[in-house]
Ligand binder design. Structure first.
Ligand code: CUA
Length: 388
């Protein structure tokens, strides 16, 4: 017996329904906006879609009319009017209108945030996000790089030479200023998670540590590339609280698909509490198991790549782990407790990740620590999870 394949008219409505159900809502949907820019982008999308639908309907309607109901010949002048009117004038008017309206949205999307706004620097790296917040009560602007800073900064750019080139290039645009090399006093770091206060403008400063990445929080706004040797900017204003998912939107190597992060938009009071707590050094281990984990963290070599502020661990290659236990996901969105919409992490996730990172993220730079006895892995994980 021969089974016939489902035909296009059967597949198409199914695909459309699936897209509508899955694509229009959720933590990573550009059509479920939770920010001012995303609102404008969604509005642009729906207007363009409606415009395209109207044009399509009119064109197909006329074609059907001509084929089915009006097959006679037309005189040359009348045919000419149809062609000029329908083929030149109508598209020009419609497309010009949509173009002008679309371009008019741009200034609002690229305008910088007011000078006293929250400032966050995010650096893309294969395959995670280094996030810096200015220390509370620190004035000025720690992250902004002006073109003039480039001449002064030279090779102190904070961007690895392998990425920035062995000598500063004249056409490379601004790079990070020398002030960038003062962690702990002017800014503090975290990774793969960004928390924002609702209804407040935020100024992002975006940089790359290796290749081109693209920073995108679909529910909050448009995407902006992170380019080695340059600083790009993005202003966002979240308009409702919630957990949103961000992603790298530029292919950047083997594990590009595992370069994600979470954005948690909070009420101002909750955010202020979180912000001040994140700026503090790590809490002391309180149980024998987490104390053992803290010792192992130093003796096993973790501290060569990771910082835990307030301890001897001051490595800067990998993510800052000072408050890693407070984060909702692990390994740039690899571990989410099986629920990408309401992510959570437990000590077992830490153990599995530390034992064999490449099992979850191909080509990851972190080495495997599967040679540690299970008991040690557990102590390490308990310690890391206690870093709230
Ligand atoms: Cu980073 Cu794709």
């Amino acid at each position: 017996m021969i089974h016939s394949k489902p035909s296009l008219p059967v597949i198409l409505p199914g695909c459309l329904a699936a897209m509508l159900v899955n694509g229009c809502s959720g933590p990573q949907s550009t059509l479920d906006p939770a920010g001012e820019s995303a609102q404008k982008i969604a509005q642009l999308f729906w207007t363009m879609t409606a415009g395209a639908a109207i044009v399509w309907t009119v064109v197909v309607g006329l074609a059907v009319y001509a084929i089915k109901f009006n097959r006679g010949t037309h005189d040359v002048h009348q045919a000419g009017r149809y062609i000029i009117g329908g083929g030149v004038v109508a598209p020009t008017v419609v497309l010009t209108g949509l173009l002008i309206w679309g371009l008019a949205l741009l200034p609002g999307l690229v305008a910088p945030a007011p000078a006293d706004s929250l400032k966050i620097r995010v650096r893309g790296a294969q395959w995670w996000w280094r996030v810096h917040y200015q220390m509370p009560d620190i004035g000025g602007n720690v992250f902004e790089v002006r073109v003039a800073d480039r001449q002064r900064s030279g090779r102190d750019s904070g961007i690895p030479e392998s990425a920035a080139g062995s000598k500063p290039r004249d056409d490379a645009g601004p790079v990070a200023a020398p002030s960038a090399a003062e962690p702990g006093t002017r800014f503090f770091g975290l990774a793969n998670e960004i928390r924002l206060p609702v209804n407040q403008p935020v100024q992002f400063y975006l940089e790359s540590e290796d290749v081109i990445h693209s920073f995108w929080i679909p529910a909050l706004g448009g995407k902006v590339d992170m380019i080695p040797g340059r600083q790009t900017r993005l202003t966002l204003v979240p308009t409702r609280t919630g957990v949103f998912r961000g992603a790298c939107a530029e292919y950047c190597g083997t594990a590009h698909t595992w370069m994600n992060f979470y954005v948690i938009v909070m009420e101002q009071d909750d955010f202020s509490r979180w912000y001040r707590a994140q700026a503090l050094p790590a809490s002391e281990p309180l149980t024998p198991e987490s104390t053992r984990g803290a010792e192992l963290f130093l003796s096993s070599g973790c501290s060569a790549c990771h910082t835990v502020r307030g301890t001897q661990a001051d490595g800067t290659l990998g993510p800052d782990l000072t408050h890693v236990g407070s984060r909702v996901s692990l390994a740039a969105g690899v571990f989410t407790g099986g629920n990408p919409g309401q992510p959570s992490v437990d000590a077992r996730d830490f153990s599995e990740w530390i034992a064999d990172p490449a099992r979850f993220k191909e080509s990851v730079h972190m080495p495997r620590f599967g040679m540690l006895p299970d008991e040690d892995l557990r102590s390490l994980s308990v310690y890391l999870q206690s870093l709230k």
